[in-house]
Design a protein around this ligand. Structure first.
Ligand SMILES: *[C@@H]1O[C@H](CO)[C@@H](O)[C@H](O)[C@H]1NC(C)=O
Ligand SMILES: *[C@@H]1O[C@H](CO)[C@@H](O)[C@H](O)[C@H]1NC(C)=O
Ligand SMILES: *[C@@H]1O[C@H](CO)[C@@H](O)[C@H](O)[C@H]1NC(C)=O
Length: 356
């Protein structure tokens, strides 16, 4: 009798784990065949060699790129050098990235930049918020961008127990933001268990100097985050559910679900075109290959665009799908006029002219 119960219990546990594993493989693109979508007129951006995980573009056409991310279990071909913030002027005929100098007093040696967001004050001051993982912890660094000096002045470091595993961030003012946590647990082996069993326990946190709180929860790997042009809605990429969540900002800064869009691929960072409100998403189509890197069979790249995201029928278009080794493992896509920039976790960055 006892043996039978144990056997039955064992079978149940085994089938649950097997079911979750198959689902994870599905989400990581193990069974996916890509239908390639090409774009003409694409060129690599010079000077981006070790990642361009997140990109923001200022209204005048200067792109800020976080580069050199060291993330557990992912390849990094820049291991002995710190990460950087790169600058690309999109008004130039050839796109070349230069490194921004960072003011004294900031520990550049341990700089490990991840998600990035910019906020421009009424007086024109450009604040750059950068998720940082120095020595396996998470901080949010706030810089001021000095355009004529090609430099970042470090203003402050924010560290908080609710901001324990931040992936991406969206600034709402010079000192407030929403941030996604991509894990619920802080340490192994619980982190692996969380991914394998598919717990949807990740949170989005609101931060201001006077209040820090969980604004929404229940995500399976919360990743990219951004805000609608009218600043009323927050968009969140839930990577391991293949979902984009649209949530309304409440007066008390919590978030209320409005709707969820299933995109059928693994979304990473999402950017909002300030002119059209379209959402551009860098996706990881064959994502398991990020973790088992082979230069011959790369994780591929995918860019999707969502038009009319707040309407009843949003239109989701695959703009670019590739499995060649030119660009490996896309994480972000962003447009400026007719230019599309595509960034990657640990590889290069591509620039394509749209409409050509
Ligand atoms: C790329 O995808 C195409 C279409 O699915 C496939 O035929 C080809 O073998 C793939 N190439 C690589 C290197 O994976
Ligand atoms: C960060 O954690 C990893 C894995 O736990 C470990 O190998 C590495 O040495 C740690 N790095 C630092 C700077 O503590
Ligand atoms: C915040 O506001 C929302 C909507 O008005 C409400 O449902 C929620 O209970 C409030 N939360 C807190 C913690 O006050």
């Amino acid at each position: 009798m006892g043996k039978r119960v144990i056997l039955a219990l064992f079978t149940v546990i085994l089938s649950v784990v097997a079911y979750r594993l198959v689902d994870l493989c599905n989400k990581m693109g193990v069974f996916r065949e890509l239908d390639l979508v090409e774009l003409g007129n694409c060129h690599l951006i010079e000077g981006v060699e070790h990642g361009s995980e997140d990109i923001n573009i200022l209204p005048g056409g200067l792109a800020l790129i976080s580069s050199g991310l060291k993330y557990p279990s992912l390849p990094n071909f820049n291991s002995d050098r710190p990460g950087q913030i790169l600058l690309v002027d999109l008004n130039k005929p050839t796109l070349t990235a230069v490194e921004l100098r960072i003011s004294r007093g900031f520990d550049v040696e341990s700089f490990n930049p991840h998600g990035l967001s910019t906020y421009i004050d009424e007086d024109g001051t450009v604040y750059v918020f950068v998720v940082n993982h120095p020595r396996n912890i998470t901080t949010v660094e706030v810089f001021m961008f000095e355009e004529d000096q090609n430099s970042l002045i470090h203003l402050k470091t924010i560290q908080h127990e609710l901001l324990h595993s931040v992936n991406d961030i969206v600034a709402l003012s010079s000192d407030s933001f929403y941030a996604t946590n991509d894990y619920y647990f802080a340490h192994e082996p619980l982190k692996t268990l969380e991914i394998v069993l598919g717990f949807s326990w990740c949170s989005v946190v609101y931060y201001s100097p006077s209040e820090v709180k969980v604004a929404a929860t229940g995500f399976r790997f919360a990743n990219g985050i951004n805000v609608s042009p009218d600043k009323r809605y927050i968009y969140i990429a839930e990577s391991l559910a293949h979902n984009i969540h649209i949530m309304e900002i409440n007066p008390n800064n919590t978030l209320t679900p409005v709707k969820t869009l299933h995109v059928g691929t693994l979304p990473d960072n999402l950017e909002v075109d300030p002119k059209t409100g379209d959402v551009w998403i860098g996706c990881c189509p064959i994502c398991w290959k990020l973790f088992f890197y082979n230069p011959e069979y790369t994780p591929g790249s995918e860019v999707i665009r969502i038009e009319n995201i707040l309407s009843k029928d949003p239109k989701v278009t695959q703009v670019y799908v590739s499995n060649d080794s030119v660009l490996q493992g896309s994480s972000v896509a962003i447009v400026y006029e007719e230019k599309l920039l595509i960034g990657t976790v640990f590889h290069k960055a591509l620039h394509c002219e749209l409409g050509s």
